[in-house]
Write a protein that binds this ligand. Sequence first.
Ligand SMILES: Cc1cc2nc3c(=O)[nH]c(=O)nc-3n(C[C@H](O)[C@H](O)[C@H](O)COP(=O)(O)O)c2cc1C
Ligand SMILES: C=C(O[C@@H]1CC(C(=O)O)=C[C@@H](OP(=O)(O)O)[C@H]1O)C(=O)O
Length: 356
Amino acid sequence: MAGNTFGTLFSVNTFGESHGPALGVTIDGLPAGIKFDLDFIQSEMNRRRPGANSLGTTRNEGDEIEVISGVFEGYSTGCPITMIIKNTSQKSQDYSAIKDVFRPGHADYTYTEKFGIRDYRGGGRSSGRETSMRVAAGAVAKLLLKEIGINIKAGTIQIGDVKAKKLDFDHTFNNELSCPDEEAAILMRDKIKDAKDNLDSIGGIIECHVSGMLPGLGDPCFDKLDALLAHAILSIGACKGFEIGSGFESAKLYGSQNNDKMHVKDGKVTFDTNNAGGILGGISNGNNIIFRAAFKPTPSIYKEQETINKSLENVKIQIKGRHDPCIVPRAVVVVEAMTAIVLADRYLVWRAYESR
Ligand SMILES: Cc1cc2nc3c(=O)[nH]c(=O)nc-3n(C[C@H](O)[C@H](O)[C@H](O)COP(=O)(O)O)c2cc1C
Ligand SMILES: C=C(O[C@@H]1CC(C(=O)O)=C[C@@H](OP(=O)(O)O)[C@H]1O)C(=O)O
């Protein structure tokens, strides 16, 4: 049970390490005949790739997608699709400090406890670099969802204590944080730079909006759509919180305030508000899906820290390596990708077994 596969009818299996020769993904279940827009997939990879701007890690990778299988003359064949990217900017020698010493907040200790062996060249499989292939798979899922009019857009709404005030997701976000509020984005950028200058890191919150939803996706019991989304989003490294619709705020409300009043207008069902976040009883209600994901501050910081080593001695650690002072800007597209994978999967399940 190594937990590298996700999804049922649209299943995604990733492989590869941060400092190995390559990372890859195999997708099974994409129907034949979907136009395989490689430029779009590459543009999604570029939104996450390390080294793209000064807010992220200085590791600089091209993350150029190579398609190995499942595509012929520009269309999916219905057979497994395999894609890879080659690692080109490894500096594994920078990681001697973490060979036998566990970084606080990272997965070094738990991987060693579980497997007894750990690829200490960077984070190995626990590196955020693993999410590159989720983005590739998510881009393919988006190609399928585009055909049925489902659109997914995420943005940064909080860094540290700086919050976006304007939450209109209908316009283009012209900043590297994908923040809907351009003025707040300037303050957020400063917050990340301050953390970096102080040899520290900072966390934040991403909000995701899904429009064009059809009602009926998701199961009424264990595989509730909101539960599957929570699973997918919390499986992203450093994601520590998930809330849908009014989420934790709903605990402060009365039912009369939290219920989304329903009406029929021109023969169509409408909701006055969207406190449900587009899902009722585990099933999409046709309204936009809206959720938020909280990311902790990057664990690898350059300040000296107290920790332990493999011999169970108390030691100090001084991390070198190349790290993101904040994970959020690069995780925005990862959140979209995991959302797309869940929705593509549930759409195929609905189409195969459930549609009336
Ligand atoms: C896109 C992305 C980039 C990340 N960059 C870093 C990084 O540069 N340094 C680091 O220590 N952790 C980084 N992380 C977080 C670690 O991968 C994560 O904290 C680690 O795997 C431990 O898992 P946990 O925080 O979920 O418990 C990144 C995560 C993501 C999703
Ligand atoms: C390389 C990427 O980000 C990395 C995420 C990461 C981590 O520990 O999560 C640590 C750093 O890399 P390394 O594995 O070399 O230590 C980051 O640069 C990437 O996301 O593509």
